[in-house]
Design a protein around this ligand. Structure first.
Ligand code: COA
Length: 185
């Protein structure tokens, strides 16, 4: 079992702060998801199912348990002290992790998500904790595809009908990134 307790929080001055979700974050995150629900549900499967603050609280509790078990690591993104969104490893399996992220509209188009994902990947890769990073995004999510490509991820394969958004099954582009391959080659 992976011990991830040293990965609780990361500052990347001057703007970025990542911290493992805390129960105390539930009211702010719930409010943000509520205000962004329509927008986020265009590209994510879960926002419409968030109805009460307790839904957010329960998700945070589950995520904290998975972090303690070393199988997931979900962080709150703070930018200049304000909650901007969420980034993390939805799953960790051996030295491979699947990345997930969303940011609030006020922080979109400013490279906040780029900075958050690259800080997270650099951190775990430098420590030798993880070697392979995966991003899965629907072919209908140009912003997320651009982000994966800008981060240096390469297209690995297409997963037909890889995710269900609303009532539609969408094909997913699966991107991989292995930082250690660069030093090897
Ligand atoms: C996917 C998502 C995180 C991408 O966010 P983003 O802000 O587009 O991504 P980045 O942080 O890389 O920012 C990139 C943009 O910032 C711009 N940018 C870069 N540096 C900048 C700066 N210093 N100042 C202002 N803008 C800047 C870039 O030009 C780029 O915009 P462009 O792609 O339109 O040219 C966001 O759209 C989102 O949360 N979507 C909803 C949830 C979702 O789909 N999650 C992913 C599921 S797979």
């Amino acid at each position: 079992m992976k011990q991830l307790s040293k990965y609780i929080e990361l500052y990347r001055p001057p703007h970025l702060h990542l911290r493992i979700q805390d129960e105390a974050d539930a009211p702010d995150i719930f409010t943000l998801v509520q205000s962004e629900q329509q927008r986020l549900s265009q590209t994510l499967p879960w926002p419409m199912s968030v109805r009460h603050q307790n839904d957010t609280l329960n998700t945070i509790k589950q995520n904290r348990q998975l972090f303690a078990q070393g199988t997931s690591a979900v962080y709150v993104i703070r930018w200049d002290g304000k909650i901007a969104g969420i980034v993390g490893f939805n799953t960790i399996d051996g030295d491979e992790a699947v990345i997930g992220y969303w940011i609030a509209s006020a922080f979109e188009g400013k490279s906040v998500a780029y900075n958050a994902v690259s800080a997270l990947v650099d951190w775990y890769a430098k420590e030798g904790e993880l070697k392979t990073f995966i991003i899965k995004c629907s072919v209908e999510n140009p912003r997320s595809n651009r982000l994966a490509q800008r981060l240096g991820f390469y297209f690995h394969h297409l997963e037909p009908q890889g995710e269900k958004i609303g009532q539609r099954f969408l094909d997913q582009n699966i991107y991989y990134y292995s930082p250690s391959d660069k030093s090897a080659g």
